[in-house]
Design a binder for this molecule. Structure first.
Ligand code: FAD
Length: 404
């Protein structure tokens, strides 16, 4: 295993680090201020479009997509250090580079399973950053970490599919630029094979019968920068049969394929979030004095900083090993490692951000530092894309199999 940056990665890293300093960090405050003046809080602030244009002109665009025909053609190992850098400003930088979830996973699905017509109509504008998209799987009425529970009905009627069901926490769907939903539902609920009951269809936002009911909050945040997380109801929304993605009964397998890269991308960005938290923690600790000495001289704070550094270095190595495995033996071969990082990274990074919050006192929970928002974002990643316990169960089973 060799994790040294190759020439292409080094060049892109250098460019991206400069882009973050020159454009992204200054835009954090601007985006916040502009949003307060928008007609709808779900619209995209002008500064985000400016960032996108600048990133694209610098070649910092679609870096996530390993497919060289549509994306930058980077391996996971090349992309990992770049995604980490964008994680330092997780609400702006990934969007600026057209590398934000859920669009990334949706573009991967369309690139891999979409028909030529679907690619032309939806993938091309997504790759160009002209529209956004959502992935609608989770339902409030059923335990959705088990995808076989999904109840939304996708019924074939003549040359159409009729979609009926209720979804929630559909990321990005509040943003009016989100024009297309990939919806998971059941086309064959009676199939004996519970993993062949599901299909995915493309439902344009403006289809009659699609109701964007409300924005779901995250610890009281609306999560505007992410495009919100919507409750969406499909009241018998009709789409042409050619909107099926892949084949009927193939929805479960597509969902599995979508999640592998999505999970490692989250972990890469989480490491960047941890690095930002450590930097803020250190800056604050050296700048404030309590009881006659800088907070940085308190043994307990030094212990937090040291433990955070050790933990981040461990996590990064595991994420790089996982990226390397995905590149060399494929996503299936890296299954255990993908689960391991999805278990270890959010909870460890959450702990690091929490120490950084503590080091800041009241400022840590305020809107004047990004820490509270980072904490809320990291906390959701112990649930989204598979709760910790689901990964632990599956990883443990694979481990135990060796001894049965
Ligand atoms: C901010 C955010 C954004 C999201 N974005 C999207 C999106 O864009 N699209 C989308 O479709 N969904 C999205 N989700 C939903 C997310 O994927 C689901 O919340 C997740 O899959 C869990 O499903 P659930 O909420 O129904 O929890 P449930 O399935 O009800 O599980 C609840 C809890 O039960 C426990 N549990 C479940 N299974 C097991 C097990 N096998 N062993 C032990 N314990 C278990 C776990 O502790 C789990 O957290 C998002 C969620 C959040 C918070």
């Amino acid at each position: 295993m060799d994790f040294a940056f190759d020439a292409r990665t080094q060049e892109l890293r250098a460019k991206l680090l400069t882009f973050m300093e020159q454009y992204v960090y200054p835009a954090e405050t601007t985006a916040h201020e502009q949003r307060l003046l928008l007609k709808s809080p779900w619209d995209t602030p002008a500064v985000v479009e400016e960032l996108k244009a600048e990133a694209r002109s610098q070649g910092l665009w679609n870096l996530f997509l390993p497919d060289a025909e549509h994306g930058a053609g980077l391996t996971n190992l090349q992309y990992a250090p770049l995604a980490e850098i964008t994680g330092r400003s997780p609400h702006l930088a990934p969007t600026a580079l057209n590398c934000a979830a859920p669009d990334t996973g949706n573009m991967e699905v369309l690139a891999q399973f979409g028909s030529d017509e679907q690619k032309k109509r939806w993938l091309e504008p997504l790759l160009a950053g002209e529209i956004r998209s959502a992935f609608a799987m989770t339902e409030p009425e059923v335990a959705s970490s088990d995808a076989t529970n999904i109840e939304t009905r996708i019924a074939r009627e003549g040359d159409e599919y009729v979609v009926t069901g209720r979804k929630w926490y559909i990321s990005g769907a509040m943003n009016p630029d989100c024009r297309i939903f990939i919806v998971m539902g059941k086309t064959d609920p009676d199939n004996e094979d519970v993993r062949r009951q599901q299909s995915m269809v493309l439902v344009p936002r403006d289809t009659p019968g699609v109701e964007i009911r409300r924005a779901m909050q995250v610890y009281g945040y609306e999560d505007h920068s992410h495009g919100g997380h919507a409750e969406v109801v499909f009241h018998g929304a009709r789409v042409p049969a050619e909107n099926l993605v892949g084949e009927e009964g193939g929805g479960f397998a597509i969902a599995q394929a979508r999640l592998g890269p999505g999970r490692i991308h989250h972990c890469m960005r989480l490491i960047g979030m941890a690095e930002r938290a450590i930097e803020l923690m250190c800056r604050r600790a050296v700048a404030r004095t309590a009881f006659g000495r800088p907070i940085a001289q308190q043994g307990v704070v030094q212990e937090w900083i040291a433990d955070a550094r050790v933990a981040v270095e461990q996590l990064r190595l595991l994420v790089l090993k996982t990226a390397w495995l995905m590149d060399t033996v494929g996503n299936r071969g890296a299954h255990t490692e993908i689960q391991a990082i999805k278990i270890a990274t959010p909870r460890t990074v959450l702990d690091i951000i929490d120490r950084a919050v503590q080091t800041h006192g009241a400022g840590g929970v305020s809107q004047d530092f990004p820490l509270a928002e980072l904490w809320a974002a990291a906390r959701t990643l112990r649930i989204a894309d598979g709760p910790d316990e689901v990964h632990q169960r599956s990883l443990a089973r694979r481990e135990l199999k060796k001894y049965l």
